[in-house]
Design a protein around this ligand. Structure first.
Ligand SMILES: Cc1cc2nc3c(=O)[nH]c(=O)nc-3n(C[C@H](O)[C@H](O)[C@H](O)COP(=O)(O)OP(=O)(O)OC[C@H]3O[C@@H](n4cnc5c(N)ncnc54)[C@H](O)[C@@H]3O)c2cc1C
Length: 291
């Protein structure tokens, strides 16, 4: 949580504005931005990345069989430099040719110390009423299920529908975006984020989004129940006012974030990584203070 010590920024309006503004800037400088473009692979020639193979993401999402997927048109885009800005797991498991020695080395668990982060579940809620009138918190809340966090994680990962999640982030974006009240008068929103394993959902992964079984929906409902109970306990102002809620799962992370096996953060954070990040931020704060 050290990353909030110096305050945090928030987008004005929809978060999408960040990508809209960034792409306009890129186009102003003569660049081009392709959306709905799924990179299938990086083209390697003479040991160098020289381009990418791309197809239309929407068409790909609508395919119901491997045969259909195989019939989608693939375009090659050549470039002087290729930068991959998706996770290292996507890079090594999906985008690079699998016969490269460096890929084989990455996939060998004995030659790798990093491990992949787990996934998350996200509960999006629509709440009836204006945030100020309801007295919703403008700060973020963190719920911890006890002091033995390792134990709480083990219990939850083994039995996610029976025990409460170990940690939950609770935030009310409506209280931070200065345009919210104008855009959605009389309505508030809340997002809750907790951990979730891809392995819990793997058996439902073969069906596309919104076409998954009742069993999947029931599983989601049980996870949702715990999250809503926590919300009502810690922010009682919301009780009886949640008009709509929707739970995103690790499978949603694959659909919308293209995370490899739902590894939300790519590489998993370690204690050392968190320590150095915190140390560096404090150091920056001290420089600001002294300077
Ligand atoms: C649950 C959660 C909570 C977080 N909370 C915070 C927070 O509070 N504060 C904070 O600072 N950070 C937070 N983060 C981290 C932050 O979101 C990431 O660090 C940041 O988004 C990384 O940006 P990026 O551009 O490197 O990668 P990404 O945002 O992952 O962008 C990679 C892009 O590549 C696209 N892509 C992937 N594969 C392909 C392909 N084959 N073809 C085409 N496109 C592809 C993806 O769709 C994606 O748009 C959180 C992340 C998660 C998951």
């Amino acid at each position: 949580m050290t990353h909030y010590m110096g305050g945090a920024s928030y987008t004005v309006g929809a978060t999408q504005n960040i990508s809209v503004k960034t792409s306009s800037l890129l186009r102003e400088f003569g660049g081009e931005v392709f959306v709905d473009a799924n990179v299938h692979g990086i083209i390697i020639e003479d040991g160098r990345a020289v381009g990418v193979r791309v197809s239309n993401e929407k068409m790909l999402a609508e395919c119901t069989s491997e045969a259909e997927k195989a019939s989608i048109v693939i375009t090659e885009i050549r470039a002087k430099n290729v930068v991959c800005a998706t996770s290292i797991y996507n890079l090594y498991n999906k985008l690079l040719p699998q016969n490269l020695p460096i890929v084989k080395k990455f996939r060998d668990p004995n030659k790798r110390t990093v491990r992949q982060s787990n996934g998350h579940v996200f509960l999006f809620c629509k709440i009836k009423g204006d945030a100020t009138e309801l007295g919703l918190p403008t700060h973020n809340l963190w719920y911890f299920n006890g002091y033995d966090l390792d134990g709480a994680f083990d219990e939850y990962f083994a039995n996610p529908t029976e025990v409460r999640p170990p940690t939950v982030y609770i935030g009310f974006p409506c209280t931070k975006d200065i345009t919210w009240k104008k855009r959605f008068p009389g309505i508030s929103n809340c997002i809750m984020i907790s951990d979730g394993l891809y392995e819990w959902f793997e058996k439902y992964a073969d069906k596309p989004c919104r076409h998954r079984s009742n069993e999947y929906m029931e599983f989601k409902e049980k996870l949702t129940r715990h999250l809503l109970d926590i919300l009502y306990e810690f922010v009682p102002e919301t009780k009886g006012r949640v008009e709509y809620h929707h739970l995103g799962t690790p499978l949603s992370e694959i659909t919308y974030l293209t995370s490899f096996r739902a590894g939300s953060y790519g590489v998993s954070a370690t204690c050392m990584c968190s320590f150095w990040k915190g140390y560096w931020l404090h150091y920056v704060e001290w420089i600001k203070f002294l300077g």
